[in-house]
Design a protein around this ligand. Sequence first.
Ligand code: DAH
Length: 363
Amino acid sequence: MTIDPSIGPERARAVFDEELARSGSADLLQALRHRWVARSGSWMAAFMEGVARAAPEQKKALGRGANDLKKHVETALEARETALAAARRPAGAVDITLSGRAPRLGWRHPLSLIRDQVGAIFSRLGYQVLEGPEIEDDYHNFEALNMPADHPARDMQDTLYLAEPLMPATYDAPPRGRAPRGPQPLTLLRTHTSAMQIRQMERQDPPVRLVAVGPVYRRDNLDLTHTPMFHQVEGLVVGRGVTLADLKGTLTSMAAALFGSGQAVRFRPSFFPYTEPSAEVDIRCIRCHGDGCPMCKRTGWLEILGSGMVHPAVFEYVGYDPDEVTGFAFGMGIERVALLKWGVEDIRLFYENDLRFLEQFGR
Ligand code: DAH
């Protein structure tokens, strides 16, 4: 539209409003501003010239009209410019309307899944969940568990010894019990997590409710069911009036939580030097449900753990009074639970880091 101030401010205003409505971008808006309010060659400049040339008696009315138009144009331009600026994305801004890129999630290791599940089961029951040293001294791994030097039960698990014993970096003397005064040389890789029973009872008065989880080591050759390093969960409960019924109830409900409700278990008399009486716990075969199959060697049962009532001699080692407190303990292999639960036939698969295997168990 060409500039024609003779159409008068009323009409001009309508023209401007129409042009404004069509100026949706910053560029168009700038051109509009130029066309209407530039110092020369614009609508406003033409109007002002018209006012200057007008006869004196018309000047006043024409001047007011031109001024009103100018005010309207400038306010409208400014309002539109502010609105456009507010709508503009700041440089470098994130476009939150873009759909996201899914991060590649890993899988937790199947042994970690079992470990965490057992930890959760027992934390719910108010147990503390502990870890402990993998390099041990003879006292905690054997002697205080009622296996003095030369005790034949030491052969129940073949021990890996360090070529050079280590002295512990720190030493906190246990407040009571029979632990040797002073630090002991660390001579071996712990053969079971039962050592943690002793360590915790030494530093804590009864009652005790703990599970201790972690790696243990034995002189075994790798085969379908053995590795020289594997993992155990140890459990220990000590207090006034703890009975074999508590042990049975606890382990029965643990089996249900791990393998499914209604999981049948049986307690079979056994021997461990640190428990009396002792029992091994079997679950009904997961595969054949008791009919007998190769997995359970036709017995209908699968052994999952060792357990028993804490031997009074163990209490004496840690300075608990066996006339005051009783307790139960158990030790379970994490690999064994995983093998049974998922029907894995070769324990070595847990250590070979083949993702096709590891990705099957969940996160
Ligand atoms: N320490 C045993 C093992 O490694 C398992 C065990 C049996 C732990 C009986 C216990 C227990 O606490 O009471 O085979």
